[in-house]
Write a protein that binds this ligand. Sequence first.
Ligand SMILES: Cc1cc2nc3c(=O)[nH]c(=O)nc-3n(C[C@H](O)[C@H](O)[C@H](O)COP(=O)(O)OP(=O)(O)OC[C@H]3O[C@@H](n4cnc5c(N)ncnc54)[C@H](O)[C@@H]3O)c2cc1C
Length: 364
Amino acid sequence: MNIDEQLEVLISYLETNKISYRENYSLKYETYFKMGGKVKCFIFPQSCDKFKQAVIFLQNNHIKYKVIGFTSNIILFDEIEYSVILSPKNLTLLEIHDKVVEVEAGYSLQDFVRVVSILNNSEGYEGLEGIPASIGGAIVMNAGAYGCDISDNLISVECIDKNNEIIILEKKDCHFRLRNSIFRSSGNYVILKAKFRLNNGNRNLIAKNIEKFHIARHSYLDYVYPNLGSMMVGKDDVYKLIFSKKLFYSIIFWILKYSFRNPVSKFILRKRPNRIVFNKLLLFYLKWEKNISLKYKLSPKGLNTLINDGNVSTQEIVNYIFLISSDLLENKLDIENELVIEPSYKINPEFETTYNTIINRLNR
Ligand SMILES: Cc1cc2nc3c(=O)[nH]c(=O)nc-3n(C[C@H](O)[C@H](O)[C@H](O)COP(=O)(O)OP(=O)(O)OC[C@H]3O[C@@H](n4cnc5c(N)ncnc54)[C@H](O)[C@@H]3O)c2cc1C
């Protein structure tokens, strides 16, 4: 079957089985980064059973599809018309029994943190506050911050594998690592729901931690432009890694770093913390050391956050990601944000160079 025949069969199945979908659906304003072309068939089943049914049908019929969560870590491209995208956004049941929470993949992580931490006094989830993820997407990425990962209190994950088996993976089988899991590295599972442990904690202390982390996030995350959090994974300061190659820039970097740590600078920048000075040093470095005039507008919060200012082209974004990750950092850090180029139905011919850049760079 060619792709049009597959789509015809799929749509007839969705109609017969009353599974929610839309045809020729525009993703642009649906995604977190506010980018993305149309999708021929966007499926958003109303319940976990209908979601399973849709996955099994797609897999049985060898129809390629992409599952998305809240899209806060993925870039979909305006120039690609996608074929099939599946969203668990209606999978939002949450139940609590005997200190165990069972929650479906489409539930909001931010709401989850409040339910477990504030309403049920469970400590160990505070660092997840402010991560704009679905439960499914957060498990795939092993999302975390401030010394807390979603896998810390996870018991098990229920998912569908490529053989259409519904399986339950215990935490130890999920191979969680920094921003990684078996779900991400293999791409072989669709997450349906998960179980988490509730701990005992002091609500006032938990609330204080949540507030502290919420404020801290504002100091390093962009909250003006559509963005995707951190572009690369790592504990190291990305500027430090780049400038460490040249003594001159390294010295200036450390001088700036310490001068911004003093109480006066902190007070002046308290309402608008930013890394504009470091960005300027980067532009200077690129110009004089690499002969590159960067067109891409950097986030005031730092070079490790991609932003969409409404004017940037996808080519510039892709060039920027590979300039920083491969050319400057020599792939020392993994790229956290995912560039979604499949399953495509049609690609704008002008996008082909960018498309090939992505394929070549990711396969290196
Ligand atoms: C402002 C901002 C702050 C952020 N801060 C942090 C942070 O502090 N820490 C951190 O770790 N991340 C952070 N992120 C990144 C992002 O929120 C996380 O990576 C998050 O886990 C992505 O979840 P999602 O639901 O949006 O998944 P998506 O971005 O939609 O998808 C991510 C991957 O998971 C897959 N996927 C999604 N749902 C399922 C499912 N049910 N079954 C199988 N596969 C699935 C997708 O195919 C994709 O490969 C931040 C992002 C933003 C925009």
